[in-house]
Design a protein around this ligand. Sequence first.
Ligand code: C2E
Ligand code: MG
Ligand code: MG
Ligand code: MG
Length: 290
Amino acid sequence: QAKARGGAQIVAFSADIGRRERERGALIAEIPAGIERGEFRLHYQPILDLASGAVVKAEALVRWQHPRHGLILPGQFLPVAEQAMMVERIDDWVLSQVSRDLAQLRAGFGAGFAVSLNVSPLRLLAPESAARAAWCAQLVDCVAAGNELVLEITESALLSIDEAAAECLKALRAAGLRLALDDFGAGYSSLIYFLRHEFDYIKIDRALTAALPDPARAGAIIEALVGLTERLGCQVIAEGIETPAQLAALRAMGCGLGQGFYFARPMSLEALLASAGEGAGAGVGVKASL
Ligand code: C2E
Ligand code: MG
Ligand code: MG
Ligand code: MG
């Protein structure tokens, strides 16, 4: 009897997988049309100078406003898109949109305002690809026009890129693009990265921030990372700050920059611009906390 029930469960389970596979397939196929129809959106999450509370940068995060599924977060479509080699199209769209939004952001927050964008390792691979060359040229043009642009690459992405892609990153940095190592501390976190690549920013993964204010463990690790990055000539950005206690601990450890739901969730360009006039971080609810 138990066996029969188990069998039925397995049938139901695999039917469910089949349905989900079809849904995933349908979603991938819809990406190009979704971009064409203008369903992709950028939300911006403010990055603050933790000492002054000023909003000094913003991270661009992609979303898909799907006509049937509603607002879809990147975790739900980027991994699928990567399998289907569709993520490059998304990254290309993101760069075009960031290039367009930068003028307004610099007008609102000052000419030194930086935008950081995330890149898939696939966008950096395929050295023969004309599309990648066009993407690199667009980045260089954007920086040459006086914009502060930061490219965020995760440590797991760095593991998968080849020599040519690493050279490409180097050339982009030489052209004035800034590089950030994203989600540091969550993956393999090899210190060899710091020998092979030069970064301007190290982003501490929110799993470490979440463990604060535990001074014995998380505190020791983050304090060591702050010291290491200072010696290497780069800056630390703490991700995922959610509580005043985490903020206080990070400031005490000399962490210069941070972002997180405690300050603001990712928001539309309009919402971010609306907060610009309100003084240091007021519009994103940081003033009271500093
Ligand atoms: P990420 O680059 O590490 O971005 C930070 C993620 O953490 C964002 O999730 C953000 O909404 C979330 N977050 C920020 N503050 C907090 C907090 O205080 N608490 C918690 N729990 N979460 C917080 P999101 O927007 O869902 O993006 C997920 C990931 O998708 C990003 O992680 C990035 O790896 C990728 N991604 C986003 N946009 C793009 C893009 O345009 N291109 C590529 N290739 N990847 C992207
Ligand atoms: Mg990021
Ligand atoms: Mg991150
Ligand atoms: Mg992440």
